[in-house]
Design a protein around this ligand. Sequence first.
Ligand SMILES: NC(=O)c1ccc[n+]([C@@H]2O[C@H](COP(=O)([O-])OP(=O)(O)OC[C@H]3O[C@@H](n4cnc5c(N)ncnc54)[C@H](OP(=O)(O)O)[C@@H]3O)[C@@H](O)[C@H]2O)c1
Length: 264
Amino acid sequence: MITGTTRLYAIVADPITQVRTPEVLNNFFAANGHDGVLVPMHVAANDLADVVNGLRHMKNLGGFIVTVPHKTALAALCDELGGAARSVGAVNAVRREADGRLVGEMFDGTGFVSGLKSQGHDPAGKRVLLLGSGGAAGAIAYALAQAGVGHLTIANRTLSKAHAIISKVQAHFPDARLDAAAADPAGFDMVVNATSLGMREDDALPIDTQLLQPHQVVAEIIMKPEFTALLQQAQQRGCTIHMGRHMLDQQARLMAEFMHGSAF
Ligand SMILES: NC(=O)c1ccc[n+]([C@@H]2O[C@H](COP(=O)([O-])OP(=O)(O)OC[C@H]3O[C@@H](n4cnc5c(N)ncnc54)[C@H](OP(=O)(O)O)[C@@H]3O)[C@@H](O)[C@H]2O)c1
């Protein structure tokens, strides 16, 4: 029931009809007894600044979630950014403070690490090979360093992008042990696919799966298909596999708590 006391939240995107966040977060609010509602807002890139400025003045707005194509543009429209958002240069959730200031943060990485922990795979002290250097990989690298990863190696087709992520993460975590190398899983406890390879049936594998060892955890962030070719082959090699959906499941809770300003 929406009443005069209901707190408002939104997801801002273009296109909008594909988003699942309203179902997920409204269920989450209901399950946690929170008097809030999250609605979809279809906003074109050219209108983003005007809409965000309007939202700033809505006193009963808790915050909003941001997705394609606005994640980078929104970072420039916030008054303050959290550490992950500063490192990645993008936000996916914004909290509106009581005075109208907007605080942005990026939860891709913390969602991924929370997802790992929820399945019993704490990356603290572990040697991790991260494949990819796009937006998601940058956020995951930051969150793994924050979680105390033992050693993080980043492998990417465009190696300069791996080095760029390493510099940004090291600026926040100077003691973190990070390097860039080829996509060879030998010697790692965990391999994380943060490339977009695996979304399409004819995609190449992001790694030579013959090199995987049974003691390794192979984690995916692709959600569709849930059981990517990489995960199938890793499982056949005896590895422990970790699905992409865990990242999104955890992000919902983290973003809701961030916009609410405290844990539920
Ligand atoms: N589970 C979740 O909650 C969640 C959240 C965010 C994203 N994702 C998924 O994560 C994936 C990456 O997203 P993103 O936003 O980081 O994308 P992105 O910024 O476009 O980065 C794509 C990455 O994949 C690499 N790549 C693409 N095609 C390749 C190819 N043919 N060969 C080798 N490498 C290739 C790119 O390498 P180059 O740098 O060399 O181009 C880059 O490292 C997507 O599948 C997305 O759906 C999942």
